[in-house]
Design a protein around this ligand. Structure first.
Ligand code: NAD
Ligand code: DAU
Length: 328
């Protein structure tokens, strides 16, 4: 798998070690978003780490040749960063996926490509429809456009070259090991530090939250039982607006519900994401094991309280970068 030292990738490694007998080779460039600590303590006969770039065709070729299946998580993943420096998003998300596809084509290797609901653009707050596998692509940011590009490459390689691949598009993940640049960890750690949560715009934007563990179980199921060439949307019916989420975090710490700051909005900020995961549930029988967002959020807060040594070294630089954009 690629990107296994990142937030969702490392959760997937832990899931596989716990729930299966597979052996995993992680290819990860160890960018700022990665964490070696997230893979510490795992059995060395089950998990190995190769430090390298998915856009390195020769390296990827050898690793894909030696694998039964590839799950491709590696990406530049943060929308805000894609607005300040889009280059790495094109290189990793598009060129990297191209190299994975070429290797899968040469070796006939089964591939599962990890993507996002953001490729579909956004929904109005009162739109009764949610995203389905048939929703037209309409990405808004350099990040989501690069992910959309990578999905199109996978679809083309399936159709034109017979690459044995599936795609999943998941909604917003939360859980342990998520970088403090992202919304939920940023607000939890702000409150731990006695600072106020920082909410973009008016805070009415809606995200559809799913625990990373549920993303992992869905990916493993699709890898085994998904129909080749198909796309599956992954979501756990977790729609909340950003003020609701911040309110829950503040409440958890006994702080007033309005103890937050509204800051400069994100350019092109998507209003609402919402996933209809009926296909995954009806075809493959998947169900989330963490359907209660508030309970999952409380566990995640506890995790950040217990792992200050992990996130603390990144907090100051992350906040300085937000401050430079008027978002702190
Ligand atoms: P993350 O930023 O936490 O981790 C990305 C990982 O990829 C890091 O370990 C990083 O070192 C690695 N990486 C980056 N560039 C690389 C390169 N060129 N070569 C090798 N490794 C490289 O990201 P995440 O939030 O865990 O997201 C993982 C995947 O899931 C991404 O494809 C993302 O688009 C997708 N996704 C994320 C979410 C979410 O809510 N975070 C939701 C749906 C889909
Ligand atoms: O929907 C899936 C996507 O979810 C993934 O593809 C991305 O990789 C992942 O980063 C996430 O994208 P978002 O842009 O939705 O996540 P982020 O955590 O950056 O922001 C969530 C919401 O919170 C969004 O409406 C912006 C807002 N926000 C974010 C930050 C960092 C704030 O209001 N304040 C903040 O400080």
């Amino acid at each position: 798998m690629t990107g296994g030292a990142g937030f969702i990738g490392s959760n997937f490694v832990h899931h596989l070690v716990r729930e299966t007998a597979v052996r995993i080779t992680v290819l990860d460039k160890l960018t700022y978003a990665a964490s070696r600590e997230s893979l510490e303590g795992l059995p060395s006969d089950r998990v190995s780490l190769v430090v390298g770039d998915v856009a390195d065709g020769a390296l990827v070729d050898g690793l894909v040749a030696a694998s039964d299946a590839v799950v491709h998580f590696a990406a530049e993943s943060h929308n805000d960063n894609s607005l300040t420096e889009p280059g790495p998003f094109i290189q990793t998300n598009i060129v990297g996926t191209f190299q994975i596809l070429e290797a899968a084509r040469r070796h006939g290797t089964r591939l599962h490509h990890i993507s996002t609901d953001e490729v579909y653009g956004d929904l109005e707050l009162d739109d009764p429809q949610r995203f389905t596998e048939a929703t037209p692509y309409n990405p808004s940011s350099p990040y989501s456009a690069a992910k959309a590009g990578s999905d199109h490459l996978v679809r083309a390689w399936v159709r034109s070259f017979g690459v044995v691949a599936t795609i999943s598009n998941c909604s917003n993940n939360y859980g342990p090991w998520q970088h403090v640049e992202k919304f939920i960890p940023r607000q939890i750690t702000n409150v731990i530090d006695g600072d106020r949560p920082k909410v973009y715009g008016t805070g009415t934007n809606v995200r559809d939250w799913i625990h990373a563990e549920d993303h992992s179980s869905a990916v493993w199921l699709i890898l085994q039982q998904g129909r080749i060439g198909e796309t599956y949307l992954i979501g756990a019916d977790g729609e909340r607006n950003n003020l609701d989420v911040v309110g829950r975090i503040l409440e958890h710490f006994g702080r007033p519900a309005d103890d937050y700051d509204l800051v400069t909005d994100r350019a092109g900020h998507d209003l609402r994401y919402a996933i209809d995961s009926s296909k995954l549930r009806e075809e493959l029988g998947w169900r989330p094991t963490y359907p209660d967002f508030e309970a999952g959020l409380a566990r995640t807060i506890a995790w950040y309280q217990a792992h200050e040594d992990w996130w603390r070294p990144h907090k100051q630089a992350t906040e300085a970068s937000y401050a430079a954009k008027g978002q702190a």
